[in-house]
Design a protein around this ligand. Structure first.
Ligand SMILES: Nc1nc2c(ncn2[C@@H]2O[C@H](COP(=O)(O)OP(=O)(O)O)[C@@H](O)[C@H]2O)c(=O)[nH]1
Ligand SMILES: [Mg+2]
Length: 360
């Protein structure tokens, strides 16, 4: 998980830490702490302090040219020579590389900005070596990512129990091709493994072959499917599936809805009707992990009907991870499952701490 994210972000942290460590020593890049002034014409020669003077006699040039280098190395080891502190301007420049890496991994701009501000605050006015810089940056990244991702979990199995005999109704919503039908099948497989019975509601009566696609899964999984004809009212299909589930004491109704383009007002109105009529217990937004920054816009539009959680699909295709951060930050709703392939078992419960462990 987060494979690419890990690779790219680790590389950026490494590079940025290197620059920051350099910046802790380079005068031109950072603000200087006031130091006791030395008279330039009369350097005080101490045994342990090397002399770095270009005006020295030529005969002594060779050994003296090496001395400042020695001093630099010694300073790096002891840390005593680092007298410059990191200025905000310098950090802003240097941390841009990290911000870019976050943006390239589809982390929404407001999320990456917050991360960078936090890192800047942790480093500002400090004088650090590479390892410390790396530690500060990694820890700030970790705490920020955890803060964004670690939202209260949805315990679906507990929700089924809470319904006390009534079916739990789950509606999957999202764009065409996001993976709603595949996720319907994976959910059914997941519930059956947990000894819960399911019924499908073929509520995508809009897209060509959508009903047949779900029927195929129903057949393979041995799950009953409630369907109407194409063009039928999807709210009515789900209503019938709920009635069937109640009559047959089925635990879960999984409603596979039509993929809707958020600019299509009719389809959104249809979704609102589904919610008004059937009051699903859980509305899961199904989103591809490969979505770019438009994921935030998608989430906001679909959240007009009230999203309870997210299923992030195609995690196996793209491990950037940024979409996960952006969605959680925008919706403040948890990612419930990750789709990790096309098989029924390629479906894992999302755990923020586990994900984080795999990144750092
Ligand atoms: N690699 C991969 N492919 C997926 C995943 N989920 C769905 N797909 C594929 O994405 C395509 C669209 O999925 P579908 O369920 O029809 O999307 P829908 O239009 O939202 O119902 C299909 O080819 C699926 O096999 C996933 O987690 N990983
Ligand atoms: Mg579909």
């Amino acid at each position: 998980m987060f494979g690419l994210f890990k690779k790219k972000i680790s590389a950026a942290v490494e590079a940025v830490s290197e620059k920051i460590a350099g910046g802790s020593e380079k005068k031109e890049a950072v603000s200087e702490k006031p130091q006791p002034k030395e008279k330039p014409t009369k350097p005080v020669v101490k045994k342990e302090e090397p002399i770095a003077k270009a005006e020295e006699p030529k005969a002594k040039e060779a050994p003296k040219a090496e001395e400042p280098e020695k001093k630099g190395i010694l300073a790096k080891i002891t840390g005593t020579f680092t007298e410059k502190t990191l200025s905000d301007d310098f950090l802003k420049d240097v941390l841009w590389d990290l911000e870019l890496a976050l943006l390239e991994n589809n982390v929404a701009q407001n999320v990456s900005e917050k991360i960078i501000i936090d890192i800047k605050e942790s480093l500002s006015g400090k004088s650090v070596r590479k390892k410390e810089a790396q530690e500060i940056i990694s820890n700030t990244l970790k705490s920020n990512i955890l803060e964004v991702l670690d939202l209260p979990k949805i315990d679906i199995n507990a929700k089924i129990r809470e319904k006390q005999g009534e079916p739990l109704v789950i509606a999957l919503i999202g764009f065409n091709g996001a993976g709603k039908t595949t996720t319907s099948a994976k959910l059914a497989h997941y519930f059956m493994k947990n000894k819960h019975s399911c019924v499908f509601a073929a509520a995508d009566s809009f897209r060509v072959a959508a009903i047949e696609q779900l029927e195929e899964h129903a057949l393979k999984l041995g799950v009953k499917i409630i369907k109407h004809n194409y063009g039928a009212d999807p709210a009515a299909v789900i209503f019938d599936a709920c009635a069937h589930a109640k009559a047959k004491h089925i635990d879960v109704v999984i409603a596979d809805t039509a993929g809707r383009v958020h600019t299509d007002k009719n389809l959104l109105a249809e979704l609102e009707k589904i919610v008004r009529v059937n009051k699903p217990d859980l509305k899961f937004l199904v989103v591809e992990a490969i979505s770019g920054n438009d994921v935030v816009e998608q989430a906001r539009i679909f959240d007009s009907v009230g999203i309870d959680g997210v299923v992030l699909t195609k995690w196996d295709v793209d491990e950037k991870g940024g979409a996960a951060l952006s969605l959680c930050h925008t919706l403040k709703k948890p990612i419930v499952f990750l789709g990790t392939g096309q098989g029924y078992d390629d479906f894992v419960e999302f755990d923020a701490k586990e994900v984080l462990k795999s990144v750092f």
